[in-house]
Write a protein that binds this ligand. Structure first.
Ligand code: ATP
Ligand code: MG
Length: 389
């Protein structure tokens, strides 16, 4: 029996004239994601995307697992393809769903007929398929209001399909329809979730990570790569750019007022990120900041970091509680990686009493004590690329 995957599209269908473009990008993303699981044909008709294995080697289980993480897909169902002939539909419905029908006590059949040339109406198809299933499964009875199990029949242009309930998929809009932005990624809990949230709104990502070896280790870097791989299951492939800030951090620690250390570092990080982002054709920055979470995330501190860049800085977690962030981190499976105990450049040299209400004038005065911009440019010149697949 030929089994396929049907993808239901969400907001994509609401985009009017852009719809074709949105669907094309979504299908390109689906195709890319399926590449490593075999050969599939992917096409769309009437807001449903069809994923059809081209040969028995194609791994449908892995494909189903991958496509449910493609943004723009709100639901998915595995389905059996039938001839557009009632006898075949009846037989395949009973056979394909045999296991579920055996376990159920009550069921109903729901038919959708988008091919209006098909000789039977939807209620007629439901009756004929229901009757056949009852004959084969005498323990069942029909309950149209609250059945244990619903058999869904879709009669479409090229074939008919049998499936049961559609399962929930990632939702959102296709990555690549919302521009490109740079996520400032640490090894923490928050920034991977922030990356995922913006990708969900169609944003293609480039990742920027700041490291300070030898204070931060190779394992810390590997951890960030692993986080991005997880995010990439939803966001697609991306480039990770690593910039080493050791010299600058040591300079700040040695020459600037201790209580301003964190905010000074954050200002330099944003400046570097903006330059790198522009060179990667990104139009915005993304961080995992949440208001009031730590000293550098007070309204005043955020104002001081934003003051050094012109690009918009998106902070999708700004109004979220830690528990809400953790819930998403668990869902997207970044949680267990994030809690691995490796140091981040933001957690070395942290001041004992960081300023929670820093003033721009004081920060600017502190910045005059070092040649930070020059050190930043030198660091950017040596940045390294890692491809996340
Ligand atoms: P996270 O859990 O993502 O590490 P956090 O709550 O620990 O965030 P901070 O360490 O203050 O907060 O960092 C705030 C944001 O700054 C992070 O969400 C991230 O976007 C960015 N950031 C922090 N450290 C780095 C780093 N080493 N490289 C790149 N960006 C970073
Ligand atoms: Mg952090």
């Amino acid at each position: 029996m030929e089994e396929v995957i049907l993808l239901k599209l969400g907001e994509v269908v609401l985009k009017g004239l852009n719809r074709r473009n949105f669907e094309d990008i979504l299908m390109r993303n689906v195709r890319r994601r399926l590449n490593k699981f075999g050969e599939f044909e992917v096409y769309s008709i009437q807001s449903t995307v069809y994923v059809i294995p081209k040969n028995p080697e194609a791994d449908l289980d892995a494909a189903a697992d991958a496509v449910k993480k493609v943004f723009g897909v709100v639901g998915y169902a595995r389905a059996a393809a039938c001839e557009k002939e009632i006898g075949d539909i009846q037989r395949k419905a009973a056979e394909y769903l045999a296991e579920e029908l055996r376990k159920a006590k009550t069921f109903k059949v729901e038919t959708k007929r988008s091919d209006k040339k098909f000789p039977l109406t939807s209620p007629e198809v439901s009756n004929l398929v229901g009757g056949y299933i009852l004959e084969k499964n005498p323990h069942l009875s029909v309950d149209v209001h609250q059945p244990d199990f619903t058999v869904r029949v879709e009669v479409r242009e090229n074939a008919a399909y049998i499936h049961t309930n559609t399962k929930l998929a990632a939702g959102g809009i296709p990555v690549g329809t919302g521009g490109k932005a740079a996520i400032l990624i640490s090894g923490g809990l928050d920034s991977p979730v922030a990356a995922w949230m913006m990708a969900k709104r169609g944003v293609e990502l480039t990742a920027i990570h700041f490291a300070s070896p030898p204070y931060t280790s190779e394992l810390a870097h590997q951890k960030v790569e692993n986080l991005l791989k997880k995010v990439g299951e939803y966001a697609g492939r991306m480039t990770m750019i690593t910039v080493e800030l050791t010299d600058l951090q040591v300079e700040i620690r040695d020459k600037c007022p201790e209580d301003l250390g964190t905010v000074l570092l954050r200002r330099y990080m944003l400046k570097a990120a903006e330059k790198i982002a522009a060179s990667q054709k990104c139009a915005a920055l993304i961080t995992g900041e949440s208001l009031g979470q730590v000293a550098s995330q007070t309204m005043q501190a955020i104002a001081c970091t934003d003051a050094v860049v012109d690009m918009p800085v998106f902070r999708p977690l700004i109004g979220m509680d830690k528990s809400e962030i953790i819930k998403i981190a668990r869902e997207i499976e970044t949680y267990n990686i994030s809690i691995e105990p490796y140091e981040d450049c933001c957690t070395i040299f942290t001041p004992k009493h960081p300023a929670t209400r820093p003033k721009i004038a004081k920060l600017e005065a502190a910045e005059k004590l070092i040649d930070g911009d020059k050190m930043l440019d030198e660091a950017i010149e040596k940045m390294k690329y890692t491809e996340i697949k």
